[in-house]
Design a protein around this ligand. Structure first.
Ligand code: ZN
Ligand code: ZN
Length: 670
């Protein structure tokens, strides 16, 4: 006999309450029953832990959470759905185009295409594609989910080789899918979403119910990308875009993008003649030009002095090694993908470019017997390492194939670990602050749940020592539970830049593994053999990446102590040239970096150029200055010049500003 509520479904909501709906009710019906606001804002649902379309019928007893447009997950659904609209628009506008994958990414989405005849997109194509997308959105096309067999999928995409390859991978993978393709397919099944008679895409969903739920989107740029990130595969044309839940959220995001674009270190690096990536050398391998090299040298010299003062011993190690070293260290086992292919030498030995300095420093430690009196032993090197990064992820100076780490390895007795970590973290933060970064938080990564070397007590003790050191800094400490490497816990310093972006800079990584693998020891006061604890520590991270972070943080306007040219002297007329040279020499004599820009062009043009170069000071000298031994001071960013400043006064002021690691802007704020 049927019960009264036969045919009804009852679902549980996140607040623990239950809701009963008629049989066949969908997540969209649930949203409607909960009020007009949710009906408007919901874009998908999580049912028993799985994200699904709003149109999916609910099953009795399910745990259901609605995903709203403005949440991170909701934005992902909007962005991913918009990517489908982009694909449809491109296929309409470029008959014969092939489409590959279109996942959501941080802050947006992309879609990869291969255009007929090897054509390329340019930024000028974007408005036309956007217009086509708006018309698709206006058509209010539904996203209709269909499940298919592998063979049906292959037939449906008969003339779409990229889709076929993904489906074939599903067929072969039997349970494992390349994470890069996870948005397109789930293991073992082929699901497609149809928008219209002519457009269907391979996808696992979920999507918004209909294209008219979209609209606050923008296409941002085009780029080349290899299929599956593999440079031996076809090069595809990528279009990036973003989408938000409201016009305001989109506008705010575009404003931030514009600001980030203005500060992009790759662009500033070229404009300010700091560094480049010559084709002839290869992807991800930078050369620093004289001005960039100068900034870099000042950074390094300063860091060197600070390390001397903090009791570090300086070492040097080679760039290549026999494979034996990385076999002992384990790098060939668990870091193989990041290592450049080996060189065969002497017919028998394989040599590798080093991806890390650690094992080299360990050999220095192990070169003789160590006593507890030598600990903590802090070995430091500007060590250049090479890592094989896929060409798709190489990015300016922030993701490179060759870089110089300001790398230290500290060998310390277990009993001294807490003290060492506290002083180490204080040192790291102090140096970073000198470079003008002020807004930090720390992240503590603890023992991974599955496998880890070292005993539970060791982990406990070390993690507590890291936590105590972190807390002593008085900064926010975010816990990354289980996020540590298998060989030890880690604390990382995250710095917020001038436009609010967080960068991971320094890392302090404890290591229980390498001392064991290399059987490191020291002789204790008890005359017995003890195992030291090892700390890996990079302060800048890499010099290249830190350079890029500073360049973007300052938008190219380096503080005076780091600026390649601190003051440029502009004689108004040719006959003011000798005095301009005198001014430059007076500055040079005080250890300051000055140069003369001769009067071959009008002063106005030379001032504009100096401003574009973000020089801290432009000193204009004319008749009165020659007579009175003064300079006209144009400080960077100042509304008006300051006239008739006695030369001696300016030299003194500039020297003070450099010593204080200040800038014209900061001096004005004071
Ligand atoms: Zn999709
Ligand atoms: Zn290391």
């Amino acid at each position: 006999m049927p019960r009264d509520d036969a045919g009804a479904v009852s679902v549980r909501l996140p607040d623990g309450s239950r809701r009963t709906l008629p049989a066949g009710a969908t997540a969209a019906d649930l949203a409607t029953s909960l009020g007009p606001e949710l009906a408007r804002d919901a874009v998908a649902a999580e049912v028993d832990g799985e994200l699904v379309d709003l149109g999916r019928p609910l099953v009795d007893g399910a745990q259901v959470r609605l995903v709203v447009a403005g949440s991170e997950e909701g934005r992902e659904v909007l962005r991913h759905s918009t990517a489908h609209v982009l694909a449809q628009a491109v296929l309409r506008l470029y008959p014969g185009a092939r489409y590959a994958i279109g996942p959501p990414i941080e802050d947006g989405f992309y879609y990869d295409f291969e255009l007929p005849g090897g054509r390329h997109f340019s930024d000028d194509d974007l408005p036309r594609i956007e217009a086509e997308m708006r018309s698709i959105i206006g058509e209010a096309q539904p996203f209709v989910r269909e499940e298919r067999s592998i063979d049906e999928g292959l037939a449906l995409f008969a003339d779409q080789p990229f889709k076929r390859e993904i489906i074939e991978q599903v067929a072969e993978a039997a349970g494992r899918v390349d994470p890069e393709l996870a948005h397109e397919v789930a293991a073992g099944t082929v699901t497609t979403y149809r928008n219209s008679e002519t457009f269907v895409d391979l996808c696992r969903g979920p999507h918004v119910p209909s294209t008219d739920r979209l609209g606050h989107f923008a296409l941002t740029r085009v780029a080349g990308a290899y299929w599956r990130g593999d440079e031996r595969r076809p090069q595809l044309q990528r279009i990036y875009g973003t989408a938000f839940e409201s016009a305001e959220a989109l506008a705010e995001h575009l404003r931030r993008l514009e600001e980030a674009e203005r500060r992009d270190h790759r662009r500033l690096g070229a404009e300010l003649d700091l560094f480049s990536f010559p084709e002839e050398i290869g992807s991800g391998l930078a050369v620093f030009h004289p001005k960039g090299g100068l900034v870099r040298r000042i950074m390094e010299d300063y860091a060197r002095q600070r390390h001397v003062d903090a009791g570090y011993a300086f070492v040097n190690t080679p760039h290549v090694t026999k494979s034996d070293l990385f076999e002992t260290s384990g790098h060939l086992e668990w870091f193989a993908e990041g290592i450049f292919p080996p060189m065969e030498l002497d017919g028998q030995h394989r040599y590798y470019l080093k991806p890390m300095n650690c094992p080299f420093h360990i050999l220095i430690y192990a070169s003789r017997q160590r006593s507890y009196r030598e600990l903590p032993l802090r070995l430091f090197e500007f060590g250049t390492v090479y890592r094989y990064e896929k060409s798709g992820v190489v990015h300016g100076l922030t993701r490179v194939r060759g870089m110089t780490q300001d790398d230290a390895h500290i060998f310390c007795a277990r009993a001294d670990l807490a003290d060492e970590l506290r002083s180490l973290l204080a040192f790291v933060l102090d140096v970073l602050r000198d470079f003008g970064l002020e807004d930090f938080h720390l992240e503590l990564s603890t023992r991974p749940p599955d496998k880890a070397v070292g005993s539970h007590e060791e982990w406990e003790e070390a993690t507590e020592a890291l936590r105590a050191a972190g807390e002593a800094m008085g900064l926010e400490l975010v816990l990354d539970e289980g996020g540590g490497a298998f060989y030890g816990p880690k604390i990382s310093v995250q710095a917020r830049d001038a436009i609010g972006r967080s960068w991971q800079l320094s890392t302090v990584q404890l290591d229980f593994q390498l001392p064991q693998r290399f059987d490191l020891a020291y002789v204790g006061p008890d005359n017995a053999r003890h195992r030291p604890v090892m700390i890996h520590r990079a302060l800048f991270g890499s010099v290249e990446r830190f350079f890029a972070v500073l360049l973007e943080h300052y938008a190219g306007a380096f503080p005076t102590w780091l600026a390649p040219v601190q003051a440029r002297v502009l004689p108004v007329r040719d006959d003011h040239g000798p005095y301009a040279a005198e001014v430059a020499s007076a500055l040079a004599a005080a250890g300051l970096r000055a140069e003369v820009d001769p009067a071959s062009e009008p002063v106005g043009a030379r001032i504009r150029r100096g401003r574009l170069e973000r020089l801290p000071y432009l000193l204009v000298v004319g008749d009165d200055d020659v007579a009175g031994k003064t300079v006209g001071v144009n400080a960077r960013g100042a509304a008006a010049p300051e006239r008739d400043v006695p030369l001696a006064t300016f030299v003194e002021r500039l020297a003070e500003e450099v010593a204080a690691k200040s800038s014209p802007e900061a001096v004005r704020r004071r």
